[in-house]
Design a protein around this ligand. Structure first.
Ligand code: GLN
Length: 230
């Protein structure tokens, strides 16, 4: 028994303007990702130190060895797998198109011709927008965080945005955002917990083992229910 004093402390980069996955409440970080990584750490006998940053900074910080773990409602993508090893998927998300609640003209990405589309830097939503912007013929404007992007469409400065379905539907249910989701989910992104590629097999195994234990014990479901019930 190594004892409490010898526990490894891993730095976890999180995007703290991303409820229900990670956000600040009463001066504390809370959310599904926060509870999950704390529970995994507890189960596997390590400690975590949470570091708030813009989403776009998380993977670069991991690569610069300033972080050990990347979390942030982070989708497992082929591109990211070039520099990140991901845990087993822990949440099914997928991006969706969002417009001002008064907008009835845009119901699918093809309707964005000549429009302005807000996206968040470094996200799969931004990648998706940039992959179709030429073909459809719209302009993309970039933001550092989701709340600023939401405001841009609410205020009519942009016509639409792309955001992860669970995040935008949670935000709409929690507050009067002035936005609505249109159409189906546009992909089947799944979230994973990331570590630096090729360097952290032991840590990755602990994360996966912890995740599995939490699923078996029911604690994983309890965490989801805490934020998603209703
Ligand atoms: N799931 C999206 C991605 O991984 C968005 C994450 C986020 O904005 N925090 O790119």
């Amino acid at each position: 028994d190594a004892g409490n004093d010898n526990k490894e402390v891993y730095k976890v980069g999180i995007d703290t303007t991303y409820p229900p996955f990670e956000y600040e409440k009463d001066n504390k970080y809370v959310g599904i990702d926060v509870d999950l990584i704390n529970a995994i750490a507890e189960d596997q006998g390590f400690e975590v130190k949470l570091e708030a940053m813009d989403f776009k900074g998380i993977i670069p910080a991991l690569q610069a060895n300033q972080l050990d773990i990347a979390m942030g409602g982070m989708s497992i993508t082929e591109d990211r797998k070039k520099v990140v090893d991901f845990s087993d998927p822990y949440f099914d998300a997928g991006i969706t198109l969002v417009v001002n609640e008064k907008n009835n003209d845009v119901v699918k990405p093809e309707d964005l011709k000549g429009k302005k589309v807000a996206v968040k830097k470094g996200t799969s939503g931004a990648n998706y927008a940039q992959s179709i912007e030429k073909e459809v013929g719209f302009e993309t404007v970039l933001f550092d965080d989701s709340p600023s992007m939401f405001l841009e469409v609410k205020n009519g400065n942009a016509d639409a945005l792309f955001e992860d379905y669970p995040v935008i539907s949670y935000a709409i249910a929690q507050q009067d955002l002035g936005l609505k989701v249109v159409g189906e989910r546009l992909n089947e992104d799944q979230y994973g917990i990331g570590v630096l590629k090729g360097e952290e097999q032991e840590l990755l195994e602990k994360i996966n083992k912890g995740l599995e234990n939490l699923k078996e014990s029911g604690e994983y479901q309890e965490i989801l229910d805490t934020y998603l019930a209703e």
